[in-house]
Design a protein around this ligand. Sequence first.
Ligand SMILES: NC(=O)c1ccc[n+]([C@@H]2O[C@H](COP(=O)([O-])OP(=O)(O)OC[C@H]3O[C@@H](n4cnc5c(N)ncnc54)[C@H](OP(=O)(O)O)[C@@H]3O)[C@@H](O)[C@H]2O)c1
Length: 329
Amino acid sequence: MKHVASRERYDSMQYSFCGNSGLQLPKLSLGLWHNFGGVDVHENAKNILIDAFDNGITHFDLANNYGPPAGSAEETLGKVLKNELSGYRDELIISTKAGFGMWEGPYGDGGSKKYLISSLHQSLKRLNLEYVDIFYHHRFDPQTPMEETMDALELIYKQGKALYIGLSNYNSKQTQQAVDLLSQRGVPCLIHQFKYSMFHREPEKDKLLQRLEKNGIGSIAFSPLAQGLLTDKYINGIPEDSRAAKSHGFLSKDEINDKSVSTIKALNDIAQNRSQSLAEMAIAWIWHMGVTSVLIGASSQQQLRTNLNALSSKPFTDDEIKKIEKALS
Ligand SMILES: NC(=O)c1ccc[n+]([C@@H]2O[C@H](COP(=O)([O-])OP(=O)(O)OC[C@H]3O[C@@H](n4cnc5c(N)ncnc54)[C@H](OP(=O)(O)O)[C@@H]3O)[C@@H](O)[C@H]2O)c1
């Protein structure tokens, strides 16, 4: 296998500035939510990570609880950073998060200063790093004053334990409140991470995308393939090794039904007429909507390669966009 041999890896990837910042992110980023945990085959996880980096994917996204077991995805990346990718730290953007339940008791969930600071310390140990590039609050916590959560992010930023701060799963209104509180503390919000795909249009309805643009904040869309639904894999049933078939996967079998499969087939036809796979079209559609980076998952190098092909997608015509909306309606 080719292994980070040269600067060639930067030739095929495209990079965009993240909001008003000086940080460029690859148009395709890789997330370690599934397929990189202690239950997964390390060799496969390692090969996907190296292949991604070899193809210019400089951004790996994590959270404290990714696995299973929780924390093990950070350990997987930590091992690869220590071995195969040792020497490449300064060419990588590594993000992690805290906000969902991670450990027992009142300090392992939510948005308190206690939880966020302790969790980041644990993440750094698992990753074998002194700092992460981006630290996110993973979700809004209605039980913690937002000022306290932003105080925690300020401390993390000012101590240099994260170079940039991000928000995830905050709605448009919560985002503005948080961004204003961060700004009062002298901390810019770099990026917002939200669920977005042809199947999940909430960021448009909530006007989150306009909010980010107005504030000069970058955007990164997670689950762009709706966890695999927006590919051709479920057209003829549920494959045994798919996320929907796994007991620890987050894609429910109920989401694969007559209605969704008929929509997927209609979208697949549109993709074929564009001479690309549905996965490629689903990714390209998100770029078309103006998002900085598309955060994919992959269970194999083959999927990663297919998804990288999206970079050579041709622009959408108005007619194609209309056909996509019709298929989704
Ligand atoms: N901030 C948050 O709250 C949050 C929440 C969720 C995710 N995320 C981030 O977003 C990342 C991506 O999320 P995701 O994994 O749900 O993204 P996704 O790209 O929508 O789904 C990835 C899954 O789709 C399937 N797949 C990918 N490429 C394929 C292809 N070319 N052909 C057929 N199947 C393909 C694979 O499933 P199989 O296993 O079935 O092969 C793969 O594991 C996560 O790793 C995480 O970093 C963040």
